[in-house]
Ligand binder design. Structure first.
Ligand code: ZN
Length: 258
């Protein structure tokens, strides 16, 4: 009986992740353009023809259509199936770690918000306030009702997360005489801090800086990016926070061994 529930949960959570991933693609495209995320129905950005329900199946439709619009044959960005896969994958892992719990529910909603922010930042170099600001408030309010984070920890997470980025950003702009980190990053770090607390946001940011520096160097060495190119930092904060959200316990106990 237990295994059946486990298998059903795995299937349901993964499918839910894929479907929410498909909707996240709509948000990634429309939020920076200030378009409604509900109306009109999904359509091809090139020829504007409506996307049929049978062509809107996460990942599968992209493969069946060979990455092209059914109507005008223009290329569909690989970002669509990537976002769907990432979303399904993270939902599955969150479930496998946190089980059927309120923590899983909140973490999958947070994950979707973070996936949307990461791809908007990659595409447009902005972090939309319409997600991060309500996110700070929602994360803090939830902390009063959930067993795994106290409201003190949540509040500290907001201050520590936002504060670290603010200080580094101010320091960076004094040294380099240009904006190193934007206000969007401050609000993003504060939002993640509200959900994960002060310890996890510190680990998230540390991982984010480390991965950002590493990947930045790789991109410059391989000449994919130039030194003066802007590499958005938001996606790295988010990558760091995904690692922490999933394996923070292990990271802390590993660190405490030293
Ligand atoms: Zn088309």
């Amino acid at each position: 009986m237990y295994y059946e529930i486990e298998i059903i949960s795995i299937v349901v959570l993964s499918l839910l992740g894929l479907i929410v991933g498909s909707f996240s693609n709509v948000c990634i495209y429309r939020i920076p353009r200030n378009e409604s995320i509900i109306y009109p129905a999904s359509h091809c950005p090139k020829c504007c023809s409506n996307i049929l329900p049978k062509d809107n199946i996460p990942i599968l439709s992209y493969i069946l259509l060979k990455g092209r619009c059914r109507n005008c044959k223009s290329k569909i960005s690989i970002q669509y199936p990537v976002v769907e896969f990432l979303s399904g994958f993270i939902y599955l892992i969150v479930y496998l770690i946190y089980g059927l719990s309120i923590q899983t529910l909140i973490y999958i909603i947070l994950s979707s918000a973070l996936i949307i922010i990461a791809f908007i930042d990659l595409n447009e170099q902005i972090i939309p306030d319409v997600i991060s600001l309500p996110g700070i408030v929602i994360g803090f309010i939830l902390s009063f009702f959930v067993p795994y984070i106290s409201f003190v920890n949540s509040a500290l997470g907001v201050v520590v997360g936002g504060g670290i980025i603010l200080i580094i950003g101010l320091g960076g702009s004094m040294i380099y005489k240009k904006e190193a980190m934007g206000g969007g990053d401050v609000k993003l770090a504060a939002m993640i801090g509200a959900f994960l607390g002060w310890r996890y946001i510190i680990i998230s940011l540390f991982l984010g800086f480390f991965l950002g520096a590493l990947i930045g160097i790789i991109l410059i060495v391989t000449k994919i990016k130039k030194r003066e190119d802007v590499i958005p930092f938001g996606p790295f904060i988010i990558l760091g926070s995904f690692i922490t959200l999933l394996w923070g316990k292990q990271i802390i106990s590993w660190y405490l061994r030293f």
